[in-house]
Design a protein around this ligand. Structure first.
Ligand code: HEC
Length: 180
C-alpha cells in the first residue's frame, strides 16, 4: 500500500470518530441547554413572580392616582415604555398582551407559539403558564401571567371589559427571562 493510501485508510475512521464525538458533544450541550438545573428554573420562576408583582402593583398605583380621564397617559402605555427600556438594557423581555379578543391596540396580540398557547390557557382560567426554551444555546424561561379587570377604572378606556366576569383574565404579561 502506498504511504498516502495508508494515511487515508487510517485517517478516515479517525476523522469519522472525531466528527461523531463533536456531534455527540453538540447534542449533549443542546440537551443541557434544554434541561437546565431545576433549582435554576425555580429561581427564575421566583424572579418572574417578583417582577410580575412589581409591574402590576405599579400599573394599579398609576391608574389609581394619575389616570382620571380617557385623555390621561394610560398605565398600559407607560408599562410598554418601561418594558421597551428594560429589553433594550438586556435585562429581560416582557410583553403586555390581550386575551379578550378585542385589544385596544392591534399590536398587542399573541404572535408566537408560546404566547398563543398562553392566551388559550389563561382564557381557560390558568393564572400562570410556563415553558423552558433554548435560544442560541442558552436556556430561558417563557412565562405568562394573567391580568384580570382589577379596577372599575379599566373600563373607562376598555369598554369591552364591562362584560368580563369577576377575576376573568382580559390580558396577560408574557416574559422571556434567561435561566442563570
Ligand atoms: C386612560 C385609558 C386606559 C385605562 C384607564 C386603562 N387602559 Fe389599558 N390600555 C390603554 C391603551 C391606550 C392601551 C394600548 C397601549 C399601547 O399599545 O400603546 C392599553 C392596553 C392594555 C392592554 C394590552 C391589550 C390591548 O388592549 O391593547 C391590557 C391587557 C390593558 N390595557 C389592561 C388594562 C387594565 C387591566 C386596566 C385597569 C387597571 C387598564 N388597562 C386601564 C388605555 C387604558
Amino acid at each position: 500500500m502506498k504511504k498516502s493510501r495508508v494515511a487515508a485508510f487510517v485517517g478516515t475512521p479517525i476523522v469519522a470518530v472525531l466528527i461523531g464525538l463533536t456531534l455527540m458533544q453538540m447534542t449533549a450541550s443542546a440537551d443541557k441547554a434544554k434541561k437546565p438545573n431545576k433549582r435554576a428554573v425555580a429561581r427564575t420562576r421566583k424572579t418572574v413572580k417578583m417582577l410580575d408583582d412589581v409591574y402590576k402593583t405599579a400599573v394599579v398605583l398609576i391608574t389609581t392616582h394619575y389616570v382620571n380621564d380617557e385623555e390621561d397617559l394610560a398605565a398600559g402605555v407607560a408599562a410598554k415604555a418601561l418594558f421597551a427600556a428594560i429589553k433594550e438594557k438586556g435585562w429581560h423581555e416582557v410583553k403586555l398582551l390581550d386575551v379578550s379578543g378585542q385589544p385596544y391596540n392591534d399590536e398587542n396580540v399573541a404572535e408566537d407559539a408560546f404566547d398563543k398557547k398562553a392566551v388559550k390557557e389563561i382564557k381557560a382560567g390558568k393564572a400562570f403558564v410556563e415553558e423552558v426554551i433554548s435560544k442560541d444555546g442558552k436556556p430561558y424561561l417563557r412565562a405568562a401571567t394573567s391580568i384580570p379587570v382589577v379596577l372599575d377604572k379599566c373600563i373607562m378606556c376598555h369598554e369591552n371589559y364591562k362584560t368580563a366576569k369577576k377575576g376573568e383574565a382580559i390580558g396577560l404579561l408574557s416574559y422571556t427571562i434567561p435561566i442563570e
